[in-house]
Design a protein around this ligand. Sequence first.
Ligand code: 475
Length: 832
Amino acid sequence: MDARYKSRDIERRSLDVDGLKRSFLEWLVYSVGKDARAATRRDWFHTVALAVRDRVVDRWMDTTRSYYHEDAKRVYYLSLEFLIGRLLTNSLSNLGIMDECRQALDRLGLSMEDVVDAEPDAALGNGGLGRLAACFLDSMASQGLPGYGYGIRYEFGLFEQRFENGWQVEYPEQWLQFGNPWEFARPEVLYPVQFYGRVEEFRDSVGERAYRWVDADRVLAMAYDTPVVGYGGDTINTLRLWSARATRDFNFGHFNDGAYMKAVEQKILSENLSRVLYPNDATETGKELRLKQEYFFTSASLQDILRRYLQHHTSFDNLPNKAAIQLNDTHPAIGIAELMRLLVDQHALRWDNAWEITRATFAYTNHTLLPEALEAWPVRMIERVLPRHMQIIYEINAKFLNRTKAKAAGDNARLSRLSLIDERGERRVRMGNLAFLGSHKVNGVSALHTDLMKQTVFNDFHEEFPDRINNKTNGITPRRWLKQANPALSELITTRIGQGWISDLSQISALREKADDVVFREEFRRAKRKNKKRLAAYIARQTGEEVLVDSIFDVQVKRMHEYKRQLLNVLHTIALYNEMRDNPTVSWVPVTKIFAGKAAPSYHMAKLIIKLINDVAKVVNHDPSVHDNLKVVLLPNYNVTAAEIIIPAADLSEQISTAGMEASGTGNMKLALNGALTIGTLDGANVEIREHVGPDNIFIFGMTADEVNDLRATGGFNPREVIASNPSLKRALDMISTGAFSPDDRNRYHPIVQALTDGGDHFLVTADFADYCQAQDAAMQLYRDQEEWTRKAILNTANMGWFSSDRTVNEYAEEVWDVHPVHPNHEGEGYR
Ligand code: 475
């Protein structure tokens, strides 16, 4: 047979049980190099992944070819983070061969769960921003949108968290240690990326002033492609991640002894660029290596995008009609200066023309208003690392400010706020301003967040460009977060309303009427109970703690951050503990407080909060006087895989950030979709969740964003007074401060107590405490009435359809990107 058609071989594509089994054995022997007797679980995982990958490749090529033939407009999602998690279940489920694979493994005497569990969790992201990027990839592929993800192939993903003596300790996450069966290395897709050096001015062929960047260090960006399987397997998109390689100058050079060792060192140093993900969620570190990572992947991606565009085009005028580039936060915002450089310096476009093309191509998503997260690189650093880009940024700024000056007539304060350069203190480039100015659309991630963007950080820009800011409320993929993570509930839903909800989550509203059906409620509870048992077993394995399956599973899972207010939850836990001890004869509703989340390694307060949760857990869980009525667990190493076990089992979802501080939240959506009731503030997307699920089916408490704003504007409040007037809060804080939870170090929690009292309680924990406790009481009372609780839980699931990332991505496609679905032709004869 013609070798070119080998990949169309039936064996490699067959989706039935026999075909899968045969291909597992073939992969095991000829590629993994083991026989069935010697194979470990990891060997089997690699075997199965490679066999499944075979079933993807043809369709992947068909997809890419269709985009090429139609010269379709593509969207390029540039993100420093893609938190994708495991891919085996995802691929099987989206290809629709889960059962077949399970049976094939069964025939080989293997359990699907064991094989699935051998896959490492790809944690190329910190939290919400990175997971959103992964949900968008799934939604774009599932809807046939020509979407590419571009990022960095970090050798070390987000650190592994362990608790040692209750403290967080970080270990390297070596997800690539045993190889990655999903990726295709592309050693021929290689782009040079430069750093340092200087800029030379010269006259071009028509005598115009021009610039070139010389004497720079060079690194190569090498591509690794991972297929992104859309639901149904029709569209397979590409996630292209860049890895740093030293240039070949090193390999072919000739050195004397000393220079040789130096050159090897240099090679290692340049390859450090893609070594490790920065573990700071929503904070900015200002490290040079981080700036270099940002430029590295952005430059490589833009070169790749232009190369693809130039296969069909000779002029750049059509670039905005063929490419939409979405900036996931400001991390790739240097791309605006880079595209200008490529167009002006390398392709000799006139500045104004290049600027028009650039602005029409880029769009920017803001994910946080926290001042400490807004990137601002020192001018001196950019001058040194990217000298030509600094010039370009100055030029963009000068042209913009000149135009604005005419209108702003002497309002210098306004001009300095609009400037790309922050002149207060050390001069810095405001990446948010650059991203805003260089984009045709700028969006927030929930209605409230977008409003606040207009009122605060981008207020002046919004006045200047009133049509630019738009809202795109986040969403989550129902494939991973309901179908895969929660088979019990998914199967139940499908028996009642069919499977249309998987690709069109709005259909889940058909469940509303089932909320009044007593039989359905019973089955809904049974599914939840099954998930709770699964989580209870996981908790026992991870922490040794036995929890009551019939207690309220009260869940707060997210990064540890003061603004997310895990402390508020801890204070309520302690208050509840005291009440239970004081009233041992009352028949309490048993509660299990479940926490999970990582702290940035340098965020001392967040790490102290982790230690506090572990210390409180130790005291509460070993106190016989509360019986089994209260348990506290902090699960280690929260990641996508852990989330898939925890979320389907939750009864109560904690979304309790200080109003105005959580841009959107997406965990809130996952939990509500899986039938948890939310206890939350009117922050981020909670506001819209309340509108969709109905105010009777959610526990809202606390100050609003406006109230928080007014309180802060009028000089804050006195936490001491609030504490003095609330005995249960006072008692809980006194216990923390006198060492009731830290008898080995009674002053351990002084910084926490300090922050909540004399520190002014910036996050308004004490201010919201009483209201929060009331909402908690209401939840506990409701839980006594299992029928009523279940009714509300069902209404949550049924009303969350709008929060599908399919909806979000479609809004981007129509209102920002102007891209349309392409239906790949799978009728071809193989390679062409
Ligand atoms: C918001 N990460 C969530 C989510 O839109 C929102 C910042 C700087 C450096 C590294 N990581 C970051 C974030 O800012 C981030 O994850 N933001 C989150 O984005 C998706 O739902 O409210 O906090």
